[in-house]
Write a protein that binds this ligand. Structure first.
Ligand code: ADP
Ligand code: MG
Ligand code: ZN
Length: 495
């Protein structure tokens, strides 16, 4: 094993170059070339037909909605849309692909030459898009026995429900010039795509379910060089955090090899979340020959300019403009607003405001309490088991005086633990603030009795001394007393 390399130090010698390939599963009702449903999680092999099983004599027909989504994605990525393009056959054998070829696009992608601008720590980075093309997903192989890989398995089961689900593959041009921020730029790019695709309504973009998958190519070149280094391709990185971590890891791994005078091997690699490292997969020293050729069973796709312009009219507000608008509407400083964006909470805060909470309260819950919990659990904010509507409901309970902030945090904990809606959690856990005079009065009397000196001070007019007694009452009532009422009671009893 090669020596470890300090991350900051390697950047004095090498420039990282990235290439990001993102696969997006579209949320069309039916598959790319047949009418089979695309619902996730169905009983294996129940969502199949002769076309997606590749039976002889079956003929595919392209899904118009998928083409429409592809064009809208292309437009949102500032791409050119082809006047005319075709599907192509990518020939290879694998048991999860019944036809022995994947219907994809090759030299005629539907969208090409685009870009996205990303803001990372106050600086703008432009990532250029090479192409966005249409293809179909493969089935899913389940290797039973052994490690879960095909190697060493006792037998394999195949579910073809996913075979033929429409995919869009978005490929960047080599991304240079991000320097030490390369991992963050990659994460921001995938996060931007996710937001954009969600806003377009074309995919449910769930990285953990595989409807958004990222392969991260990384290489290093000596600073000052113009020649790209040898890249590795880390496959199916399935969370935003992993995009960043796997790239950072590959940069240090490759730097150690190059420092030793070695050569980086061109190969695919797998990222291991637990260990935070990558291990080799398939060697790619020789380009695979897929014997691509234009698909003869499908018509060429020639979207009219009118249709493309009509679709351009359906694009959502661009993310950067939306951010400017929301910051102005919510009245946050750059720092407060930047905190929302960098913690990935923008959509969540927006939805919480729409659900009725103030921007300040929405921001507070997501950026502090919930961000902390997400961080502890090692998941993204939006993977937490709480919805913006529930967060707004928690704040509603605070506003109505039913719970205080401290209790509200326990309500959130209950919702996250699956104990039900906020009001149910308050009920089940008995969290409501006690403002019932009888119960409070008894607790206040007890505390006064135990603290005669403090009581005397208050009687003598030293009202500030009440704080100590309030604290004790709150403690006795496990934080569930209505503090304002307690204060009122103490002062009236001792006046
Ligand atoms: P493959 O079929 O091997 O996955 P693609 O062309 O689909 O190749 O994708 C390769 C990705 O890597 C693209 O995003 C491309 O811009 C990028 N890339 C190409 N060469 C390099 C390199 N030397 N270093 C980093 N990224 C690269
Ligand atoms: Mg590729
Ligand atoms: Zn089918």
């Amino acid at each position: 094993m090669t020596a470890t390399v300090d991350y900051d130090d390697l950047l004095t010698r090498y420039e990282p170059v990235l290439g990001l390939e993102v696969h997006v599963e579209l949320n069309t009702n039916s598959k790319m070339f047949c009418g089979c449903p695309t619902t996730f999680g169905g009983e294996p092999n129940t969502q199949v037909c002769p076309v997606c099983l590749g039976l002889p004599g079956s003929l595919p027909v392209i899904n118009c909605k998928a083409v429409e989504s592809a064009i809208r994605i292309g437009l949102a990525l500032n791409c050119q849309i082809a006047d005319w393009c075709r599907m192509a056959r990518k020939n290879y054998f694998y048991p999860d692909m019944t036809k022995n070829f994947q219907t994809s696009q090759y030299d005629e992608p539907i969208a090409f030459d685009g870009y996205v601008d990303l803001e990372v720590e106050g600086k703008t980075y432009r990532v250029e898009i090479e192409r966005a093309h249409m293809e179909e997903d493969a089935g899913k192989a389940l290797h039973v026995g052994g490690s879960g890989r095909i190697h060493g398995a006792e037998y394999s089961l195949i579910d073809y429900n996913r075979a033929g689900v429409p995919l869009i593959e978005i490929v960047t041009k080599p991304v240079k010039g991000a320097g030490d921020k390369a991992p963050e730029v990659a994460k921001a790019y995938v996060s931007h795509l996710r937001d954009l695709l969600r806003a377009l309504g074309v995919s449910d973009v769930r990285m953990e379910q595989g409807s958004l998958r990222c392969d991260a190519n990384v290489s290093l070149m000596p600073i000052g060089s113009e020649v790209l280094g040898t890249r590795t391709e880390t496959k199916n990185v399935n969370s935003l955090r992993s995009v960043e971590r796997s790239i950072r890891y590959e940069m240090t791994r490759q730097a150690a090899i190059l420092d030793d005078g070695g050569k980086v091997k061109q190969e695919t690699r797998h990222f291991h979340e637990g260990e935070g490292n990558t291990s080799p997969g398939r060697s790619k020293e020789e380009a695979e020959d897929y014997r691509y050729f234009a698909e003869p069973d499908l018509m060429p796709i020639a979207p009219s300019r009118e249709w493309v312009e009509e679709l351009r009219g359906t694009l959502p507000e661009p993310p950067a403009e939306r951010r400017r608008r929301l910051q102005a509407e919510w009245g946050f400083s750059d720092i407060d607003f930047g905190g929302i964006v960098s913690s990935g909470a923008l959509d969540l805060v927006d939805a919480t405001v729409v659900a009725g909470a103030t921007p300040g309260a929405s921001r507070k819950w997501w950026v502090t309490e919930l961000a902390r919990r997400a961080n502890e659990a090692g998941v993204e904010l939006d993977a937490l088991a709480i919805t913006p509507a529930q967060v707004a409901a928690v704040q509603g309970l605070v506003d109505d005086g039913k719970v205080n902030d401290k209790l509200a945090r326990q309500v959130i904990e209950g919702v996250l633990a699956g104990e039900g809606e906020p009001a149910e959690v308050v009920e089940k856990r008995g969290l409501a603030v006690v403002s019932d005079e009888g119960a409070l009065s008894t607790a206040v009397d007890e505390v006064i009795e135990r603290n005669p000196e403090v009581a005397d001070k208050i009687r003598a007019g030293k009202v500030q001394a009440a704080g100590a007694l309030i604290g004790q009452v709150m403690k006795a009532m496990k934080g569930q007393a209505d503090a304002a009422k307690v204060r009122e009671l103490i002062l009236s009893k001792l006046s």
